[in-house]
Design a protein around this ligand. Structure first.
Ligand SMILES: Nc1nc2c(ncn2[C@@H]2O[C@H](COP(=O)(O)OP(=O)(O)OP(=O)(O)O)[C@@H](O)[C@H]2O)c(=O)[nH]1
Ligand SMILES: [Mg+2]
Length: 329
């Protein structure tokens, strides 16, 4: 294992925008080792005053829609405006998209070498929907390191969208045109979460289909109630390949930030997200403590087989396990 730095070394390195130290700090907070937790916690607490000053953007879309390619071009657009961008790519580690990180490394090659950009693939771990456990903390570290725009990439296949929506300011849904789609298997709830829809790969033969799709999605969006923040969700078209429409998407996000900061929605949303974070943390901690309890670990195999054999009711098994844990909280 890599040697840990001191609290001050992490602090100073991050505040100076040192990417190597930032990476090491993220590794520290992602660590499952109990002895790492106090230092990780202290670091986050001390960095808190330097956090919060970014635009946090979630980007989602079905596998292959073009997320990584989009983020590469989007990222270059941001850095060409002389702004710093961090990309947190969730590695889905699922059978569905195995090896996507390898692909992403090559797809975001140019951005990866940009001194104003930082790309961090995170292991999805076992947490809900494959969103890395520590993505929220990682966002804070990146903010302290001076990243003004933070992108969280998630694969649009499951519950991960809800989780990511709960940690970003703006949620961008990438879609394809002309897939003869009933909204392409994107669940209704995800459309509802979007702050903008971008139809990507609007180039070549796809161009006309994209315009049609745009109208279709606009129509579909009319069926939803207007969002509480008063923002009218735009449907945009873009091509990452031809670098078209990407700057406009950034401008739309910047406009959203401006409007919602003025109205107060931006701040309210972050407050609510912080409450959500607390409740998630409680849930996670209780669950982790429970399943790492030695008595639980010992009893689980027997109770499982009793349930499989129909000897006891699932609730009975659960009660026995729950009852055998010493409460420490
Ligand atoms: N024509 C065209 N092709 C594109 C565009 N953007 C991406 N592609 C192609 O679409 C394919 C998938 O792109 P990715 O960026 O890997 O898509 P992804 O959504 O990140 O995929 P996963 O990581 O597997 O979920 C690649 O072959 C890209 O070259 C575009 O704007 N136009
Ligand atoms: Mg990708």
């Amino acid at each position: 294992m890599q040697k840990r730095l001191s609290l001050n070394e992490y602090m100073n390195g991050i505040l100076a925008g040192n990417r190597i130290i930032l990476s090491r700090a993220i590794t520290l907070i992602e660590s499952q080792l109990p002895q790492d937790k106090p230092l990780a916690q202290q670091l986050l607490e001390q960095l808190l005053p330097y956090t919060g000053n970014s635009v946090r953007i979630g980007i989602t879309g079905v596998p292959g829609v073009g997320k990584s390619t989009f983020i590469e071009v989007f990222g270059k657009t941001i850095t060409s405006l002389n702004k710093k961008i961090a990309v947190l790519a969730i590695d889905p580690t699922s059978q569905l998209t195995k090896g996507s990180i390898m692909g992403d490394k090559t797809r975001m090659e140019e951005l990866a070498h940009d001194p104003l950009a930082y790309i961090r693939p995170s292991p999805a771990g076992s947490s809900l929907g494959g969103v890395a456990n520590k993505t929220r903390e990682t966002i804070l570290l990146c903010e302290a390191a001076g990243y003004e725009i933070i992108v969280v990439e998630t694969v649009g296949v499951g519950q991960s969208e809800t989780v990511v929506k709960g940690m970003v300011d703006f949620f961008l849904l990438l879609m394809l045109a002309g897939a003869g789609d009933e909204l392409q298997g994107i669940k209704r709830g995800i459309i509802e979460m979007a702050d903008a829809i971008a139809i990507t790969k609007t180039d070549g033969e796809n161009a006309q289909a994209a315009q049609n799709a745009r109208l279709e999605y606009l129509h579909a969006l009319h069926l939803y109630p207007t969002p509480v923040n008063g923002w009218v969700v735009p449907v945009m078209t873009c091509s990452a390949l031809q670098n078209q429409g990407i700057l406009e998407i950034w401008q739309t996000i910047a406009l959203y930030a401006e409007k919602t900061k003025t109205s107060g929605f931006w701040q309210q949303n972050r407050q609510q997200q912080n409450l959500g974070w607390m409740y998630d943390f409680i849930q996670q901690t209780l669950e982790e403590d429970f399943f790492s309890d030695p008595i639980v670990t010992e009893k689980i195999p027997r109770i499982q087989s009793d349930i499989l054999a129909g000897k006891i009711l699932p609730v009975q098994g659960a009660k026995e396990l729950l009852g055998s844990v010493k409460r420490t909280h």
